[in-house]
Design a binder for this molecule. Structure first.
Ligand code: GAL
Length: 434
């Protein structure tokens, strides 16, 4: 059927949908509603990500829905590779990129992961023109544009801001045991002892991908040294051989006495489910956990509570999911339209309330975000912002990998001296420390 014949049908369908959802008693007369003409773009669009868990998948689908309404004749290929933090997806992506078979657009963390892995390697097209065409240059915080930029060009479109340093807790377990959430690691250990005595696992961990332990470690490092020194870890000004790193490793080793025994068999969302099932009281994970909780019907401030991970109040460990335009994308025009959707206000306000993240844009509609997300917006605006290691913002992927290797050994043997030595070397190998 030709597009001309399709337009009236689509217009009628859209008007019917509007009438069904309208809250106002008096419906707008059909004749005054201008039909939004869907684009004639056609072909395929392959989107590569690791968003398969509860919350993530819903957010991604919300973006697809908007795209399909605008480009109904484009077939979306949802190329996902399960595994939190891209633990399995990144290797698949690397193989495809090396063999000249890029997806049309792929998920990549803003910061070093984007710039060091793909931009400096000459694999991406700049997307500055999209920011200019869409009038976005003043719609994103400067700090976010900065970590997407290299050589005076912007290299990807950010869809969100996530927070890494959050402690989530089961409100009922805390109430039943007369506990308040910990603000320091000392408080954490005293609460954890009480929970253990009551037969509850204090902290849920799911590190079948070692990134989840790296994730926990970055929160502990921040707590042990504060934001300035934490930043210095990634620029070579904070000594990896120093006492704060040692004390962070000691804290981590102690924390491992309070986690579920099967941690190395579970994923991050399975660990979150331990809270939902009442088996564990707390977990330290990024705020995609709130997307997960909501996807299983749990409500913020009712079923689950949240506080900055112990000792990190006032600091926001940030990361951002973005999508880029690889050179040689088979469906380049469709990919550009995809980037326009996910960078738009409409796209971000549909995606983020489900994903458990806040918009990367500064003009998101606050009323669409729940009580946790509004608190994250406030903290992002007022806290010290530092980059996440586990999620590509702070360091190159090579460094993340050698740090992760150190953590794998550490989780197995809890040898503080050996782990600290390996971390000193990881910084040197990355070329950041002498
Ligand atoms: C992070 C990513 C988040 C979330 C999480 C768990 O790396 O930035 O969007 O998906 O992994 O998969």
């Amino acid at each position: 059927m030709s597009m001309k014949k399709l337009y009236p049908i689509l217009a009628v369908l859209m008007i019917a949908a509007m009438l069904l959802t309208a809250c106002a008693p008096a419906a707008t007369p059909a004749a005054t509603v201008p039909p939004t003409q869907p684009s004639a773009a056609s072909g395929k669009l392959e989107i590569f990500s690791w968003w398969t868990a509860g919350g993530e998948a819903e957010g991604l689908n919300a973006l697809y829905k908007i795209y399909t309404a605008k480009y109904p004749q484009v077939e979306i290929i949802n190329a996902t590779v399960a595994g939190g933090a891209g633990s399995a997806a990144k290797a698949v992506l690397a193989t495809r990129m090396q063999s000249g078979d890029p997806p049309d657009s792929f998920q990549v963390h803003a910061g070093h992961e984007l710039i060091d892995s793909w931009v400096k390697a000459g694999k991406m097209e700049p997307v500055t023109f999209i920011f200019k065409d869409e009038g976005w240059l003043d719609k994103y915080p400067k700090g976010v544009i900065d970590i997407l930029s290299y050589n005076n060009e912007i290299w990807s479109v950010p869809v969100n801001i996530h927070r890494s340093n959050v402690l989530w807790y089961n409100k009922k377990i805390f109430a039943d045991n007369n506990l308040t959430p910990p603000t320091t690691w000392d408080e954490f250990f005293s609460i954890a002892d009480k929970l253990k005595a009551a037969g509850v696992t204090p902290l849920a961990l799911g590190d079948n991908g070692i990134w989840a332990s790296v994730h926990l470690m970055e929160s502990i490092l921040l707590a042990s040294m504060g934001p300035d020194k934490y930043r210095g870890l990634w620029t070579g000004t904070t000594d990896w051989a120093g006492p704060e790193v040692k004390s962070a490793l000691e804290t981590f080793a102690k924390v491992m006495k309070y986690v579920n025994e099967d941690h190395s068999a579970l994923s991050w969302d399975q660990a979150a489910q331990l809270l939902v099932d009442g088996h564990a009281a707390m977990t330290i994970m990024g705020d995609w956990t709130e997307g997960y909780f909501k996807s299983v019907g749990w409500k913020p401030d009712v079923d689950f509570g949240y506080v900055p991970s112990p000792g990190t109040k006032g600091t926001f460990i940030m990361l951002s999911d973005s999508f880029g335009l690889p050179k040689g994308a088979k469906n380049r025009d469709n990919a550009i339209n995809w980037l326009k959707v996910l960078g738009s206000k409409e796209g971000q306000d549909a995606f983020n309330p489900l994903k458990g993240s806040i918009p990367a844009r500064t003009d998101g509609d606050r009323s669409l975000y729940d009580v946790y997300l509004q608190s994250a917006m406030d903290d992002f605006a007022s806290n010290q912002i530092v980059p996440s290691l586990a999620h590509g913002a702070a360091a190159s992927e090579g460094w993340v990998t050698s740090f992760s290797d150190a953590m794998s050994l550490f989780v197995a043997n809890l040898d503080v001296a050996a782990a600290q030595d390996a971390m000193v070397k990881a910084c040197q190998t990355a070329g950041v420390c002498k």
